[in-house]
Ligand binder design. Structure first.
Ligand code: NDP
Length: 478
C-alpha cells in the first residue's frame, strides 16, 4: 500500500522581512542608493529590495573595518574575542527557526536542510572558532598568530548563512575585521546575521556587510585597504580575483567549483550506497561545490545500482521548500536554471541517455526534476563541466586503476567518494585520488574541525579546522 504525505508547511510568521534593506556599516544601517529585488525562487514573489553596494559604500566599510581593527578588535585578548563568538553562536541557536525559514524563503532549499544542516552547522562554526580564539599559540600553526587586519569576504548563494559562518567565524577568532558581500540572490540571512552582531554587542565596525552584485565584489577585491581576500564561488570569478590580487600584497584563499567523483566498487553495500549517491547529488538541489556529480560504477554491479537508484529517485519529493516533507526544493535563480537546461541539453545532443522519475513540478518558480544520465563518456560536457543542479552523470569502470584514472581526469579536485566494504580498497583509492576531501562509505559530511578545500581549479587554501585558522594569520602562503 502507498501512503501519501499530507502537507506539513513550516510557518513563515516567525520571520519579519523589511521591504527594503541598506548596508550594515560601522554597526549601523546605511541607506543604499539603488536597489534590486530579492525573490523567493519557489514562487517568484518579491521578498525585499536589496541595496546595490557602490565603490564608495565599500570604501566606507573598509575604512570603518580598519578603524575597528586599530582601535578596538586588535586590542582585545583572544579570550575576550572568544566571548563574542560564543555569544553570536548562542544567539544563532536561539534564533535558529527564524534563520532556517528565512534561508528557505530566500534560497529555495528545503526547510529540512536549512533547519537540520545550514543553521546548526553555522552555529557550530562559531562555537568551534570561539574555542580557538584564546589558544592560537598552542595550535601548532606554521604561521604567526598575528591577524592580517581587514579581510574582504565574498560568498555564493548555495549555502548563504553557512558560507558566511565559514568566513566570519575564523576571521574574528584570529582577530581580523571583516567586510563581507553576500550573493546577489541570497542576502537576507546575512542581513539577519548583522542584527545578531548588534544583539551580541559586537564592537562597531568589526563586521560590515555590503550587499550588491559582481561589481560590489570587484570593488572589495580591488580596494587597497584590504589585507586579505577570502572568496567562495565559481572558478571563472576565482581566476579573475587571482589575477587582480597577484600584483598586490593581499593574501588570498579561493574555494571554487568541483566535479566530484563518487566511485562504487563491486563489493560495496548496495542499499547504503544508493542512499549515499542520492545524498551526494540531490542534497541542496545539487547546488553543492563538492557534490558527487559523477557516479563511477564498477560494471559488475552497475545494473543493480542503477535499478535501485531509479526506484529510490521515484520517492524523492520535489516541491514547496517550506513543507517539512520536501526533499528537493527550488533552483536558486532563473539564471541557474537556464545553465542546468543548457548543460543537460548538451548531454542529450552528445548522446547520453537521460532519465527522470515521474514527478510533477510546480507551475511557478524555478524547478528541475532529479535527473540521471547514463552512457556518459569522459568527453561529454556533462562529465567535465559543473552543472550545479540535481543532475548525475554515470560512468562505468572495469578495473580499480580505470576508476582512478576517470575520477582524476578533471580540471577540478575538490571532493570524491569511495564505496567499498574493504578497508584496503578504500585506503588505496584515497591515496590515488586528487581531491581535497574524500569520503568513504558516506558523502557530504561536514564538521567545523575538518579542513575543507581543493586542488587544481577547485582553488587553494583550506577552511575549517586548524588549517583554516592559518589562512587568517600573517605568514600564510599568498
Ligand atoms: P560566482 O563566482 O558567480 O559568485 C560568487 C560571489 O562572487 C557572489 O557573491 C558574486 O556576486 C561575486 N562576484 C561575481 N563576480 C565578481 C567579480 N568580478 N569580482 C568579485 N566578486 C564577484 O558563483 P555563484 O554565486 O554562481 O556560485 C556558484 C559557484 O560557487 C559554483 O561554481 C560552486 O562550485 C562554487 N562554490 C564553491 C564552494 C567551495 O567551497 N569550493 C562552495 C560553494 C560554491 P553576485 O552573486 O552578485 O554575482
Amino acid at each position: 500500500m502507498n501512503f501519501e504525505y499530507a502537507a506539513a508547511p513550516e510557518s513563515r510568521s516567525v520571520v519579519k522581512i523589511d521591504p527594503e534593506y541598506g548596508h550594515f556599516i560601522n554597526g549601523k544601517w546605511v541607506k543604499g542608493s539603488t536597489h534590486f529585488n530579492s525573490i523567493n525562487p519557489a514562487t517568484e514573489e518579491v521578498l525585499s529590495r536589496i541595496a546595490l553596494g557602490t565603490a564608495s559604500d565599500v570604501d566606507a566599510a573598509v575604512k570603518t573595518a580598519r578603524n575597528a581593527f586599530d582601535k578596538s578588535w586588535s586590542k582585545l585578548s583572544g579570550r575576550e574575542r572568544g566571548k563574542y563568538l560564543f555569544r553570536i553562536a548562542r544567539i544563532m541557536q536561539e534564533r535558529a527557526r527564524e534563520f532556517a525559514v528565512l534561508e528557505t524563503l530566500d534560497n529555495g532549499k528545503p526547510i529540512r536542510e536549512s533547519r537540520d544542516v545550514d543553521v546548526p552547522l553555522s552555529a557550530a562554526h562559531f562555537f568551534y572558532h570561539a574555542g580557538w580564539a584564546d589558544k592560537l599559540e598552542y595550535a601548532g600553526l606554521e604561521t604567526t598568530t598575528a591577524p592580517h587586519g581587514v579581510v574582504g569576504q565574498i560568498i555564493p548563494w548555495n549555502f548563504p548563512l553557512l558560507m558566511l559562518a565559514w568566513k566570519v567565524a575564523p576571521a574574528l577568532a584570529t582577530g581580523n575585521t571583516v567586510v563581507l558581500k553576500p550573493a546577489e540572490t541570497t542576502s537576507l540571512t546575512a542581513l539577519l546575521f548583522a542584527q545578531v552582531c548588534q544583539q551580541a554587542g559586537l564592537p562597531e565596525g568589526v563586521v560590515n556587510i555590503v550587499t550588491g552584485d559582481g561589481s560590489t565584489g570587484a570593488a572589495i577585491v580591488n580596494h587597497p585597504g584590504i589585507d586579505k581576500i577570502a572568496f567562495t564561488g565559481s572558478t571563472d570569478v576565482g581566476k579573475l580575483i587571482a589575477r587582480a590580487v597577484a600584483p598586490t600584497n593581499k593574501s588570498l584563499t579561493l574555494e571554487l567549483g568541483g566535479k566530484g567523483a563518487n566511485i562504487v566498487f563491486g563489493d560495496a553495500a548496495i542499499d547504503e550506497t544508493v542512499e549515499g549517491i542520492v545524498n551526494g547529488i540531490f542534497f541542496n538541489q545539487g547546488h553543492v561545490c563538492c557534490a558527487g556529480s559523477r557516479l563511477i560504477l564498477q560494471e559488475s554491479i552497475a545494473d543493480e545500482v542503477l535499478e535501485k537508484l531509479k526506484r529510490r529517485m521515484e520517492k524523492i519529493r520535489v516541491g514547496d521548500p517550506l513543507d517539512k516533507n520536501t526533499d528537493l526544493g527550488a533552483i536558486n535563480s532563473a539564471e541557474q536554471l537556464a545553465k542546468i537546461h543548457e548543460l543537460t541539453a548538451a548531454g542529450d545532443a552528445e548522446g547520453a541517455n537521460r532519465w527522470t522519475p515521474s514527478c510533477a513540478l510546480p507551475d511557478k518558480g524555478f524547478w528541475f526534476a532529479p535527473t540521471i544520465f547514463t552512457g556518459v563518456t569522459q568527453a561529454h560536457r556533462i562529465a567535465r563541466e559543473e552543472i550545479f543542479g540535481p543532475v548525475l552523470s554515470v560512468l562505468t569502470f572495469r578495473t580499480p586503476a580505470e576508476a582512478i584514472e576517470k575520477a582524476n581526469n578533471t580540471p577540478f579536485g575538490l571532493s570524491a567518494g569511495i564505496w567499498s566494504e574493504k578497508g584496503s580498497n578504500i585506503l588505496w583509492a584515497s591515496q590515488q585520488l586528487r581531491a581535497g576531501v574524500i569520503w568513504a562509505n558516506t558523502f557530504n559530511k561536514f564538521d567545523p574541525a575538518s579542513p575543507f578545500g581543493g586542488y587544481k581549479e577547485s582553488g587553494w587554501g583550506r577552511e575549517g579546522g586548524r588549517h583554516g585558522l592559518s589562512a587568517y594569520l600573517k605568514g600564510s602562503a599568498k
